[in-house]
Design a protein around this ligand. Sequence first.
Ligand code: GLU
Length: 329
Amino acid sequence: MSLKKKIATAVATATVGLAATMGSVAAQAAPTYVTIGTGGQTGVYYVVGQSICRLVNRGAKDHNIKCTAPSTGGSVVNINAIREGKQDMGMAQSDWQFHAQKGTKHQSFIDQGPFENIRALFAVHNEPFTVVARADSGIETFDDLEGKRVNLVNPGSGTRGTMEVIMAEKGWTKDSFKLAAELKTAEQAQALCDNKIDAMLFMVGHPSGSIKEATTSCDSKVIPVTGAAIDKLIADNDYYSTATIPGGMYRGSDADVTTFGNAATMVTSADVDADTVYHVVKAVFDNFDRFKRLHPAFANLDPKKMINDGLSAPLHDGAVRYYKERGWM
Ligand code: GLU
């Protein structure tokens, strides 16, 4: 076959192939794409998002929804991406769900004013505010972080936002630390074990891959987060409560560690279509036993609590439809 003929044949084959593909796509309605913003890849939000998408995508032949859950900068980034219409849904700490709706506490929320269209779907696991320090750092209590090399985590993460809330309560600024790093949560375990920082922070569900990595790759331990400033935050804000990181869960921390925490929640916007929201919520709760098995932090979840606790924004209409069908409302 001449070269010219070969090219002509190749083009003809490609055209037939393309026509066939277009034919099958045209026969089906275009899928609805849903994106769920998560957090760093070693956190629990990423597992929540991936798990939900897996359940949604299993049912794609019924509802034609395709779900993706990319890694993101965390709670505040997710809420702002939803507000801008760049993401449909996302994971967010209950404190930042509250402040987004009111337009308070976080500079980006204050600048934009109340996010009136924020809607809640459900809460998931509890997230204790977690501090891990190198064993050789001399850090035994939360107050010992002063003057040390601390990763405050990337701006836009819920962890960073909540750390700034604590810092304001304690009268600390970035200058209170020898180093105030801004590494992403997925980078901090290695930085800790490379001795680039003395302590890392993560408001995260347990067990967490990130805390496992930090406590197994080098000698480090989980530090209590207690004291007058923390007591005041718990007393003043419904979304915070005392929390415990169980002893024995991580190497170097055999006893229970007391801290405070809030709930991980999933949020969306009133602008997102009710049918889409209905199918995402249905995928989770129709397959709830399967969902619970996807991460140990989900083991004790109870649907009736999940649709109440930690939710300050109104529930989305599509979620309400499903919860009513189930007789939960
Ligand atoms: N609560 C964390 C944040 O918004 C994320 C936790 C996770 O990735 O599991 O910064």
